[in-house]
Design a protein around this ligand. Structure first.
Ligand SMILES: [Zn+2]
Ligand SMILES: [Zn+2]
Length: 136
């Protein structure tokens, strides 16, 4: 769920009635935001996708994610739809304690979620002597 733009500049807006509906889904776990950015890589093809609502695991079902997807220029519908999509199974640093999941729906276009953002450089890493000043 992103109220900040991370990549694609497309955005979806929900009406009050739609927010009420999304908030009331059984096992819903999140506060639904009024306006959400598409989470796919900028310049992607196909439908825009944004994570809308998380559904908690129940006795019968695992946790699931509700996504909204829409064609370019159709952010208010009628071709906009909100549905459960399975997650992309790609992992960054798979098997390590820093393992990070993609967070996008299975079969998404463009790069994986963990590939976004500027690469880490030496300047992003706190030098050890400075680290000690704060944490020792
Ligand atoms: Zn998009
Ligand atoms: Zn992915």
């Amino acid at each position: 769920m992103s109220v900040y733009q991370v990549s694609c500049p497309a955005r979806v807006h929900y009406l009050d009635s739609e927010i009420d509906e999304l908030q009331d889904v059984p096992d819903g776990g999140f506060q639904v935001a009024r306006s959400l950015w598409c989470l796919l890589e900028a310049g992607h093809t196909g439908l825009h996708h944004t994570f809308t609502q998380g559904l908690r695991a129940t006795d019968e079902l695992p946790a699931r994610n509700l996504w909204t997807r829409w064609p370019d220029g159709d952010e208010y519908g009628p071709r906009r739809e909100t549905l459960i999509l399975p997650p992309c199974t790609e992992k960054f640093l798979a098997g390590t304690i820093e393992e990070e999941s993609c967070g996008l729906p299975d079969g998404h276009v463009g790069r994986h979620g963990f590939e976004f953002g500027p690469p880490l450089t030496e300047a992003d890493v706190l030098p050890e002597w400075l680290f000690r000043m704060f944490f020792d």
